[in-house]
Structures are given as C-alpha cells and as structure tokens.
Design a protein around this ligand. Sequence first.
Ligand SMILES: O=c1[nH]c(=O)n([C@H]2C[C@H](O)[C@@H](COP(=O)(O)O)O2)cc1CO
Length: 169
Amino acid sequence: MRKGKRRNEFETTGSRPMYKSLEAISNNVEENIFWGSISGGRDDADLYARLIEQLRQYGKVLTEHVGNSSVEEDEKALSDKEIHDRDMEWLNECDYLVAEVTQPSLGVGYEIGRAVDLKKTILCLFRPQSGKGLSEMIRGAENGSTFIVKDYKESEAPTIFKQFFKEEL
Ligand SMILES: O=c1[nH]c(=O)n([C@H]2C[C@H](O)[C@@H](COP(=O)(O)O)O2)cc1CO
C-alpha cells in the first residue's frame, strides 16, 4: 500500500481521515475508485471489469458498477441526483483514484476535476493504440506526483498498478 508522501492534505500518517466510511476505518482497508465511461460509450466495458478485478488487490473498489455490463440498466433505479451525490460521497471517502480515459466521457472528466479540487491522488490510463487522442486538459494536469497520466497497453496494467500503489510512478 502507498505510504505518506502522496497522501492528500487531510490525511496524516497513522490516522485515518474523518470522511472515510466507518466500515473502512474499522476494517483498516483502503477504499479506491475506478472510473470509466458509461454514457460516453461502453466499448471498453470488459476492459474496465478486468482492471477493477486487478484493483481489488489494493483495497475495496467503491465503484465496481462501472465494469458491470448491466450498469446502464441497474443505474435506472436511481435519479441523476442520487447517482451524482453517491459518486461524490465515494470520492470524498476514497484513498486513490484510477480513471481509464481512452473513451472520452464527460462524467469521468467532471469527476477527475472534482478529485483534483479535493487534492486526491489520481492515475489516468490512456491507450494510444486505440487511435484516439487524450484531452490536453488531462495530459497537461500530470504533475509527477498526485496526478499521473500513463500511456499503456492492457498487459502493462499490473505493473503500473503495483508501482502506483507503491508510490514508484
Ligand atoms: O449511471 C451512471 N453512474 C455513474 O456512476 N456514473 C459515473 C461513473 C463513471 O466513472 C462516470 C461516467 O460518466 P459518463 O456517463 O458521462 O460517461 O460517471 C455515470 C453514470 C451515467 O452518467
């Protein structure tokens, strides 16, 4: 697990931030978030599910629904406001954020902006082989510490996650 140096300003070594869920505090688990396109297009949904599976090694993934093939149907049970407010609550609770940004998504872009504002630690993953381009507003936010952008192939994801969670990226 990652140690102190990239912790956001609300966290201090040895104590849990106040906004974490009681479950996470009592079980002493990291809570992480995975983001990927939903309304923006589901072409990469199977990839999201595989990445989420890998992320489970590093703590609880609060947003597992992003990889579910039935997510659009499932989320119909909630209002837009409920989805937004739930996701913002998870954002407040979480330790680290991973966004697959190859498929452009307004929601993912919005969430990344909110996460930056909350001084969270963010990893954005982009696949150049897709032939798509990544927004300069994402690539240009890279700071080598709390906002990491990695061009990758799926086969490289395990190593990238290992390095990210060990603070070696
Ligand atoms: O039903 C939803 N549930 C949900 O959690 N989201 C969040 C999680 C995703 O990372 C992100 C996707 O945004 P978009 O739908 O604009 O592609 O927004 C988005 C939607 C649909 O907009």
